[in-house]
Design a binder for this molecule. Sequence first.
Ligand code: 16G
Ligand code: ZN
Length: 548
Amino acid sequence: DKQRSILIESASRFPPPQGVKISYGTSGFRADASILSSTVFRVGILAALRSIQTQSVIGLMITASHNQVSDNGIKIADPSGGMLTQDWEPFADSIANAANPEDLVLLINEFIKKEHIPFGGVQSAEIFLGRDTRPSGESLLEAAKQGISSIVGAIATDMGILTTPQLHWMVRSKNKGTKVFESSYFEQLSDSFRCLMDLIPREDTNISKIVESLIVDGANGVGGEKLEELKKSVKSLVIEVRNSGKEGEGILNERVGADFVQKEKFAPLGFSEDDAGIRCASLDGDADRLVYFYILPNSNKKINLVDGDKILSLFALFIKQQLSVLNKEEDTDRPIKLGVVQTAYANGASTDYLKNLGLEVVFTPTGVKYLHEKAAEYDIGIYFEANGHGTILFSEHFISWLERRTNELASTFEGSEQHKAALRLLAISSLINQAVGDALSGLLLVEAILLYNGWSIQRWNELYQDLPSRQLKVKVADRNAVTTANAETVVVKPSGLQEAINIEVAKFPQGRSFIRPSGTEDVIRVYAEASSQEAADNLAKSVAEHVH
Ligand code: 16G
Ligand code: ZN
């Protein structure tokens, strides 16, 4: 039939690379850009099918995040703005690796049957496309468009160069029936930020003390460019953007960006000793990760890292405080469920801190899809990876309760502390991206809370003291030989390895270590923490030796 011949014809223009098996990793496909056209083309087809299945708009983001500039990748946003549902991942894997157009069509037909996709009648599908600033983005965008248009009735809407969280936000908004322009994204962020500013107690004189400038490392990517834009509408902050991605400033992710800063614990290019002590932040290549840091004086640009765990702790503390004001002398119909989600990479000191606040802390494997899913079980679920990816989810049920409550308070106790706490929580729910971790919205919330508390970055960093830690990676023939359980804290296969790790860990006070196969690189990652840096280094090293 017609559909079949269109597919065969267009697929033959995107032959898969020879002898490479490409796999859907932690958050999509990622590889050297030169071998990705066929994958991106095929993901275009998948997105169209997903859109037909869900009768909603689907997003495709062309980015390789913090990877080097010659890499690229593709991530899929589901109707809610979250990551592609996990039951479709095996299909993504199999169509990406189909050897020829005929096999591809066969797989598609099988899948349509299996998933009962209403295919072949009068059908429509819409896919939003976004890409970061990588030079390979343009031709991969074209491949995605061709994949989409090879499904009858499917249309692609190019949203331009965006951060990953902007694209996810647009997909979510579109499917909720609200505005989707980039300007509406900036407006929502700056309006809710301003609302939080207006709710800061005026008599507080501390505020002026920390209204010093913030310096942001944009990783020479899309985030820097977008922050320059956002800056214009948040006049109360003084933000200097470096590594903003402008011509000649430097190379994407090369010794810059959140991933570099977090892993190396070292200032990015473009920063110097002159910046010592100043509040600095770093975004990753697609601006879905955020870390803060400050440079230590006379240290050769060593830094104190204020990572995702500490951002999480700042958010959790503030929200808990607002909730307790809101609930004062109130017998709400049911207690509000506030939960915190971390991974095994969370510094042990952060977990202790959060538990001491009386919060419920749960763990999932690495990867936003797992954390996000877990956080969605709460009224307010806060999740963060140590690497700076995270957000705060508000359940719809809780939001409507909060809106009702705010209205009641407005008519009975207008301007009361309770009323203000309710308004703050509402402002946070619209400031912080509900679809996925977002460095720009996260940054505005951090700044708002620091201003509210009158805190410097140093004061914030003192919430707790990180345990020294070390990360190593070990190149192996087959990373899938290692399998884990209990949120990656226990090795299941190969047998005997966990026992060997236990023996090493027992040698170190406050020792903790785990290994896991990377979802984005062909390596096994090793994490260790202990009471001193030397001990953490040694523990990581001895565990790594068991992996070889
Ligand atoms: C991806 C994940 C990130 C995770 C990282 C782990 C998303 C959007 N991103 O970047 O959350 O921390 O992979 O990488 O899920 P690894 O498996 O190589 O350690
Ligand atoms: Zn990223």
